[in-house]
Design a protein around this ligand. Sequence first.
Ligand code: AMP
Length: 485
Amino acid sequence: MCGTQIACQGTTADNRGMTAFSTLPLAPAVLANLTQLGYDQMTPIQAASLPVSLAGTDLIAQAQTGSGKTAAFGLALLAKLNPRWFAVQAMVLCPTRELADQVAVEIRRLARAQDNIKVVTLCGGIALRGQRASLENGAHIVVGTPGRIMDHLERGYLTLEGLSTLVLDEADRMLDMGFFDDIAKVAKQCPPERQTLLFSATYPEGIEKLSKQFMRNPQRIEVAAPKTESLIEQRFYEVTRQTRLHVVGQLLRHFRPVSTLAFCNTKQQCKDLVTLLQSEGFYALALYGELEQRERDQVLAQFANRSCSVLVATDVASRGLDISQLEAVINVDITPDPEVHVHRIGRTGRAGETGLALSLASMPEMGAVGKIEQYQNKPSTWHKLDELTPTGKGPLLPPMMTVQILGGRKEKIRPGDVLGALTSDEGGPAYTREQIGKIQVTEFCTFVAVAREVGPAACAKLNAGKVKGKSVRARLMTVATQSLE
Ligand code: AMP
């Protein structure tokens, strides 16, 4: 992919042999923060890219979600930032809002070592007005989707004269989603002397086009992708149109995975399956294209913090979803595209964990199964439905429950404030750190995971006590929170 205008050099983490963050030119406070975050060693993509990006060179890096790529570009852009200058100095373009939110969270964590760095997310599905106000209050870093960023630029709410770093995250996916023109327009408004960092899992043609147009002598970095596929156990089951949805419950009762992502080919199938699973007593939620942003946030928060057992999704809706612990993927419908199949099942078995990929196929789908076999270059393993007997005691319940606090970043709530309220004696008995899970603060509300047994009591405690010295309203989230009309 290296054209004549681009000087490309391949490099790998292995031949560098240095993986301590202290080998990098980073400030002592930044290094101390990394230690606090538990980042002891650089991941391969960090070890290969940070020496290059910290030196100011443009970069094309091949990296997957979960590889530590956010810190790879986050540390580079933060190193150049001047906190005392209130101008947008770095911008990260992402394909989806979920990814943008994750990137913003990670950058805020990395920025804890520096004074008051403001990170603003600009994505579609949210009123422009609030985003404009956040920009007016002064933002150092903008993270968002190309369409919405373009919108702000066109209206003059966002100016990029002070930009020193432009990051294109998951560039291949942005191209897949038709963002080339928006990216091009945004890039043209950035100062030409800025540094550009491009991260992509694959190198389709469009990447070369982007790099030729918008990058200066980029150095190319590849890190061999960890081979996780062998850790995924694939099982196929033959079903009929009538039995298909019922078999999903049988699989869940047999394997009892804590978190399952179930893929359907249509929105209607998602709704039908969620309705059935809920009637069978499972904690299942649906994720499909037309969900309102607010609802999408609620669904994703509950699934990611382990208070929902099954997320039933379409392929498009699940783009950008990064759930680290996913015991099982169920292909409720076989996808006609073998590449999509491999992408679906690749979501389980991450980071060296074993994963289960269960696929349901009816006679008319056997052609698609054949294509998958050819693509993966291995035959599928078929299992019989009568092997599926319920195991374990009682219904499959998620280990956590989510309490939603009606107040978020706008109210300046931070995870530590909520943790403080739950571990104090105010409003009811104090909880231990082990009973409290993920605390996710979004713009307008906060999702707190607590151990299932203490869910209602923890919610009552939050309503009775104070968070950051103020009374708050909290409610326990249940499957009934999602309407499937
Ligand atoms: P990413 O690929 O950016 O989505 O990162 C995946 C996860 O790895 C995130 O939860 C990061 O917080 C975490 N992470 C990133 N770098 C390191 C590191 N050097 N050591 C340990 N964890 C890391």
